[in-house]
Design a protein around this ligand. Structure first.
Ligand SMILES: [Fe+2]
Ligand SMILES: [Fe+2]
Length: 340
């Protein structure tokens, strides 16, 4: 019979790497196999376990939550062409900030490693011990957090340190100040109280998982965007080799994130297929709770949030361009590219 129950120790296991992952003297998570291919950390058992739970879910008639990053593929501000112009005009601080903020947000993900979530079993009718949601507090969320924020105590960098390495490879030393991270990257009213039928504590877990999935999708789009800029032969001309290496590191972060997206879609897919116990002692099918919740979170991320983000960015960029000695010329080019 397929193994569907795992110990925490099993889920933490990594592959035996032929070579550790080191960039510019900094030890990073993951490693390389004998063929020199990058292998993400802690997926030796976790990887097959996720696939086994997916198969079991499908055999029960369920499936992964139907969602992918294309959901967020709207207009990006600044656009890639605008970002390129800024870098070429010596205003690369914008891209530098983007890479820094991405790293700082990844670092925040480490909080997952220190939290214990309310046990969803308490609000679910079915036994979840043989499902992924039954393992959230048995390692899955802790490992997710460590993937994002690394193991600073052991000197091993996670995604935060990887993004800073990307930035420093591309730009070298700069004197720009570290930017502030926008306060909330999840939906502002994601603190619960949307579905009074189930206890707030569990609703918050669901909200957390949905918002985390959105953050992962947004990251995925950011990967492509950043890799294209780093691989552009007309950019970082003095540092082509370093910029190429930076793009490769992003490729590794991207490989690590695959299991995050897949597992989040799995947790939510399992929850859709289960039965929730309501506050009043009743029962409610999971999809009636998850689907409208996801609709609202996704609406915010695809319609409301991009508008707010673009407004904020526009103000910052106008200011930055104006400070340039040839601000007027650059602003005109910048505006022309907006609709290009
Ligand atoms: Fe990450
Ligand atoms: Fe992630």
């Amino acid at each position: 019979m397929t193994q569907l129950v795992y110990t925490e120790e099993e889920l933490w296991r990594s592959h035996d790497y032929a070579r550790p992952h080191v960039v510019a003297g900094q030890r990073l998570h993951g490693g390389f196999d004998a063929q020199g291919r990058y292998v993400p950390p802690r997926i030796r058992v976790r990887g097959p376990a996720i696939e086994a739970w997916i198969t079991a879910l499908r055999q029960r008639g369920g499936d992964l939550l139907a969602a992918d990053a294309s959901l967020l593929e709207g207009v990006r501000y600044p656009t890639e062409a605008q970002q390129k112009l800024l870098i070429q005009e010596g205003l690369g601080q914008t891209f530098w900030n983007t890479l820094t903020i991405t790293g700082l947000i990844e670092a925040r993900g480490r909080v997952l490693a220190d939290l214990t979530f309310p046990d969803l079993q308490d609000v679910l009718e079915e036994d979840v011990s043989r499902m992924a949601v039954g393992h959230l507090n048995k390692g899955l969320l802790h490992i997710h957090g460590i993937d994002e924020g690394g193991e600073p105590g052991k000197g091993i960098g996670g995604h935060d340190v990887m993004w800073f390495a990307v930035r420093d490879l591309a730009f070298g030393e700069t004197r720009w100040p570290v930017p502030a991270v926008p306060e909330r990257i999840g939906r502002p009213d994601s603190l619960g109280g949307e579905f009074a039928e189930i206890d707030n504590r569990y609703e918050q877990v669901i909200s957390f998982l949905l918002n985390l999935l959105l953050i992962e999708f947004r990251a995925e789009i950011g990967f492509r965007f950043s890799q294209q800029l780093l691989r552009d032969p007309e950019l970082f001309v003095e540092r082509r080799a370093q910029a190429e290496e930076a793009a490769e590191i992003i490729g590794r972060i991207r490989a690590d994130e695959e299991i995050h997206v897949r597992s989040l879609r799995l947790y939510l897919g399992e929850l859709r297929s289960l039965t929730f116990k309501t506050r009043d002692g009743g029962r409610k099918p999971g999809h009636e709770i998850i689907d409208p919740f996801w609709q609202r979170v996704a609406h915010w991320a695809t319609v409301e949030q991009p508008k707010l983000q673009a407004e904020q960015q526009r103000a910052v960029l106008t200011e930055r361009i104006r400070a340039h000695p040839e601000g007027a010329r650059i602003q005109a080019r910048f505006d022309a590219l907006e609709h290009a």
